[in-house]
Write a protein that binds this ligand. Structure first.
Ligand code: ZN
Length: 544
């Protein structure tokens, strides 16, 4: 299939100049602002032939006028890059002698360049990206990687990362034709030139979609396939910019090189044409090889899971407990819950959050504590209600230490509901309290009458190493006492979230005031603590 290239007579000198400079056929189309996608999709060798034929159509004065500006060096290239393909063409097409061939003395050398050689020639601007690197072979490679990773998806978006020096080469080429394109009114600005990335996508998207039958390659999708190219040979192309625009290239801790695409683009916007031309060849120099494709990276957006958990064990931390690089407990709440979920969603990792947290020795009973998890790069993302129920059962069968309920997929936005107004929420606890002085039932009866007791709590000693010293006010809404024996009773508390219960009971050397020691006029200590309820109405309950 041949597409009629939408080129006009006035494009001719530009096409000629670009081909002479060593641009590939598709880069020529870009600089001529051709936005007909089909023109890019045909084989670049075909397009090159068409461009050849186009510039050899009856020459106008325009073209001849532009010839004296072309250097001998360019004419040499012109014969190599632009004319050699004609060798293979049937002679009838070449019946009329081409005026450009009589122009120089190298018509013989053009004939010596074989078409194979021409195919190997790397475009000075796109460094091969728009040549064979966006062909069916590359599309097949992308599709095969995607298939091998076995993601669940209907659409995908391609993200393309190109070497930063392509911007420098693009700029050089732009300066090379700037005068002509402006004069002819073809292009007003560098931004009007079709970007390499855009043309690359036009070409390859359809090819990838064809390989992955039933999948649409679109502009926006939860599933992203990253294609990256590097070109070490020309990395130094960018280096001169660091001298002329040093403020654009500040080292950042996450990047390996200061020559990021962003920084290079910024520097190119700042540098004057004269300064650029002084330090960089125009047009760009040829490279011996094309770009190297890197491993294809697949990434699915996170899936969010919520539920409530019970913890029935007094020796289980909520998160992995590591001190000085050494693990203190063999497991944790989040790991016990996460393991079956990660394997079901085939995710790479997770972030766990919950509405508050309990100490390692505290149980969480009742309806449990709301939690949410972000699953990173899930390969599977769709689960029916029945499948979620099954997953919940798998978690619950995997350990006696934790149980989950109301397990469900939620949105990222909904997750914030868990943290919303957390301070105002209430929590209920049961504490087993020891008293130094022997007590009788009547001695603790007054506790039931205490309502809305405001505490001043200095940051507890036990958390002072990770929290700033402050005095926080917290309210105990109500309490009740249940006598056990002369030295023990159960204390029930309904408090504002964030109240330090242990410190309220033992007083934390007077750092919590008032405290239970003061109220009972004897030393008291806390032997056991259970969270009875966390009154956050999220996530919504799932009916059994
Ligand atoms: Zn190119």
């Amino acid at each position: 299939m041949t597409v009629m290239l939408p080129l006009k007579e006035k494009d001719k000198p530009i096409v000629k100049k670009l081909l002479s400079a060593g641009c590939c056929a598709r880069c020529v189309l870009r600089f001529c602002c051709v936005s007909v996608q089909a023109a890019y999709r045909q084989a670049h060798q075909e397009t090159l032939k068409e461009l050849q034929a186009f510039i050899k159509e009856k020459e106008t004065n325009e073209v001849q006028d532009s010839m004296p500006q072309t250097s001998t060096h360019e004419i040499l290239k012109s014969h190599d890059a632009a004319l050699s393909i004609d060798v293979e063409e049937p002679p009838c097409k070449r019946a009329k002698p081409d005026p450009t061939e009589t122009d120089g003395s190298e018509s013989g050398s053009a004939a010596l360049v074989s078409p194979k050689n021409l195919d190997q020639r790397v475009c000075v601007v796109c460094l091969g990206i728009l040549q064979d690197l966006c062909g069916p072979a590359q599309a097949k490679k992308i599709a095969e990687t995607v298939k091998a990773e076995n993601y669940q998806f209907d659409t995908l978006v391609l993200s393309v990362s190109l070497p930063a020096q392509l911007c420098v080469r693009e700029h050089s080429c732009w300066l090379h034709v700037k005068k002509e394109v402006r004069e002819k009114g073809l292009v007003l600005d560098k931004d009007d030139v079709i970007q390499v990335k855009e043309a690359f996508k036009w070409i390859i998207q359809g090819l990838v979609a064809k390989e992955l039958v039933g999948v649409a390659v679109v502009g926006k999708s939860p599933f992203e396939v990253g294609v990256e190219f590097i070109h070490p040979e020309t990395e130094s192309d960018c280096h001169f910019l660091a001298k002329s625009c040093s403020d654009c290239f500040k080292p950042t801790k996450n990047k390996q090189s200061v020559f990021t695409r962003m920084a290079v683009v910024k520097a190119l916007e700042k540098i004057s044409d004269a300064a650029f031309l002084q330090h960089y060849p125009c047009p760009p120099l040829e490279a011996s090889s094309g770009c190297t494709p890197q491993d294809i990276q697949c990434l699915h957006v996170s899936v969010f899971i919520a539920g409530r958990y019970n913890k029935f064990c007094r020796s289980l931390p909520q998160t992995p407990w590591v001190i000085d690089g050494e693990r203190r407990m063999e497991s944790s709440v989040e790991e016990l819950i996460a393991a079956p979920i990660l394997s079901a969603f085939r995710a790479d990792g997770f972030n766990f959050s919950s509405s508050g947290r309990e100490d390692v020795d505290v149980r969480t009973l009742g309806n449990g504590r709301p939690f949410a998890m972000e699953l990173l790069n899930p390969h599977r993302c769709r689960f029916s209600k029945a499948e979620m129920k099954q997953l919940q059962e798998t978690i619950n069968e995997s350990s006696e230490k934790v149980k989950v309920r109301d397990l469900q997929i939620v949105t990222r936005e909904a997750m914030s509901r868990m943290k919303e107004g957390e301070e105002e929420k209430t929590k209920s606890y049961t504490a087993l309290v020891w008293t130094q002085k022997a007590i009788e039932k009547e001695d603790i009866a007054f506790i039931d009458d205490i309502k809305d007791l405001t505490l001043d709590q200095k940051t507890p000693l036990r958390v002072l190493h990770r929290r700033a010293l402050a005095i926080r006010q917290r309210v105990i809404h109500s309490m009740n006492a249940r006598f056990v024996d002369p030295h023990h009773f159960y204390l029930g508390l309904k408090t504002q979230a964030g109240t330090y219960i242990k410190e309220f009971v033992h007083g934390d050397f007077g750092r919590t005031k008032p405290n239970l020691c003061q109220l009972l006029k004897t030393d008291t200590n806390i032997l056991e603590l259970d969270v009875e309820s966390v009154d956050v109405d999220w996530p919504p309950p799932i009916p059994e």
